[in-house]
Design a protein around this ligand. Structure first.
Ligand code: SAH
Length: 459
């Protein structure tokens, strides 16, 4: 059968794609359909055709699949944030578990891996879990200032001040900022002509400490926000308000934050805890967005590292040293390596405020620093932890790890496909998988985090 764009077809969803979209077939031709779940019988409109597959949109649900649920958020379908809210949370977890399992089997070449996998660690409450939000500011069709989140793959804003995966306090903060802007005729930044003032509203909340940060990202200096004192008076009345700042971003760029922070009220940072470790977080710092599940994830990394107090540990791709400091609680010595200098400054500061003197940080590429330190100084490791970005580890790094021959390698991953690729390489060079756990850090999205413990086969 020949298909054409805009054609309406009827089909049953049989599978889920890598991004959580529904997958179904019409006369053997595969269609990917956003927001469709397995078992749905739907009428769909074809949006885009490729040679062997196409994309379509749900027009009408004729029969809902058994795991379909009503999204809690009224704009879940338009908003680019959540992609799985229409699927029951249990099924989301099952799908994430299967995704890791399938990658390890197919890409990693590991048979019966399920026997090594722990049951998936889901969230107790998969709502209101994020501690950081960056709301873009724009205008609606009538020129009214609005805020919310971008629709999928675009920069058009879906108006919303109550995001049900963000901290609840955001709604009050956003309403205060919008009110202030309306009253004082503060304009929204317009990307097209590089005019207007307010670009984004950044909020962060310390879930353990209750401390709140508001940072307004502005195209220009403080003078652009007339009567700012009115807004500050409103905001500082919110219980827990600790830090109000401006971030100056005058660039024509997609980057949200500029480099300069101006203090407005309170401190320039908030503090929070993951487990017993304290962190100082500034508007520019990287910090895990789901603190409750981060504790679970890093707790697993620590458990898998199995430290008795005498070990030397390397934490590669260490960011602000979150895992390094977690490990430092139990290790003799921890070395962290990270490419971003600012993150290492935060890591050192965090080590200091927690009183850890058994950690040392290096700025640089893991695949350069580790071989260099090994060749020049003959550094040693009992355990190596890696937490690379999506693209996984560089092969030079994996080779150095193998040469250094630590007893255990703990691989924390945000992409099961590159995890499986790297696990396969380490497998061919003498390491075997002992345990795998999948921890849900990002409920209602298709992101999957996992931790794998590998040990030397000859040990
Ligand atoms: N474990 C960290 C975050 C890891 S995210 C934490 O919990 O905070 C991956 C990190 O790897 C990022 O901070 C990124 O800046 C860093 N990175 C990316 N490529 C790198 C490389 N080649 N060498 C070292 N670090 C790198």
């Amino acid at each position: 059968m020949e298909f054409v764009k805009n054609q309406i077809v009827t089909l049953t969803i049989e599978d889920m794609g890598t991004n959580g979209e529904g997958v179904g077939r019409v006369d053997g031709f595969t269609l990917f359909i956003k927001d469709a779940v397995i078992g749905d019988v739907i009428e769909a409109k074809i949006l885009k055709l490729k040679k062997n597959y196409g994309y379509a949109r749900i027009e009408k649900i004729l029969e809902p699949g058994k795991d379909r649920v009503e999204p809690v958020c009224p704009v879940a379908r338009q908003c680019g944030g959540c992609s799985l809210q229409h699927l029951s949370y249990e099924k989301q977890l099952e799908w994430k578990f299967d995704k890791v399992k399938n990658c390890l089997e197919r890409i990693g070449g590991l048979e019966h891996i399920e026997e090594k996998m722990e049951p998936v660690y889901g969230m107790e409450d998969p709502y209101y879990y994020r501690n950081k939000a960056q709301f873009p500011v724009g205008t609606d069709r009538n020129g009214q200032l609005i805020t919310g989140f971008y629709a999928g793959r675009t920069h058009s804003i879906v108006e919303n001040t109550h995001c049900c995966i963000q901290a609840k306090i955001n709604q009050q903060i956003l309403e205060m900022v919008m009110e202030y802007c309306h009253r004082n005729h503060i304009t929204a930044y317009d990307e097209k002509n590089h005019k207007g003032v307010l670009r984004h509203i950044l909020t962060r909340v310390g879930f353990q400490t209750g401390e709140i940060m508001v940072c307004l990202i502005v195209n220009g200096g403080k003078k652009k926000l007339v009567n700012l004192g009115q807004l500050v008076d409103d905001l500082k009345a919110i219980s827990g308000m600790t830090s109000i700042t401006l971030n100056i971003n005058k660039e024509k760029t997609n980057r949200i934050l500029g480099d300069k922070i101006i203090s407005i009220w309170g401190q320039d940072y908030i503090t929070d805890y993951i487990g017993n470790v304290k962190y100082q977080i500034s508007p520019l710092s990287f910090y895990q967005v789901n603190p409750a599940q981060t504790e679970v994830l890093y707790g697993k990394a620590l458990e898998y590292a199995n430290l008795q107090g005498e070990e030397t540990v390397w934490d590669l791709y260490c960011g602000i040293g979150t895992i390094s400091l977690f490990l430092a609680q139990k290790a003799k010595k921890v070395y962290g390596v990270e490419i971003i200098p600012q993150a290492i400054e935060d890591a050192r500061q965090n080590a200091k405020i927690n009183g850890f003197d058994n950690v040392e940080f290096f700025v640089g590429k893991a695949e350069e620093v580790l071989p260099r330190e090994y060749e020049k100084h003959g550094v040693y490791a009992d355990v190596i932890v890696v937490d690379p970005p999506r693209k996984g580890c560089d092969e030079t790094l994996l080779d150095t790890i193998v040469t250094m021959a630590p007893k255990r390698v703990v691989y924390v991953s945000c992409d099961p496909a590159t995890l499986a690729r790297d696990v396969k390489i380490l497998g061919e060079k003498g390491y075997q998988v002992e345990k795998v756990s999948v921890v849900d850090q990002f409920g209602h999205t298709s992101h999957v985090e996992s931790v794998v413990l590998m040990s030397r086969k000859d040990k």
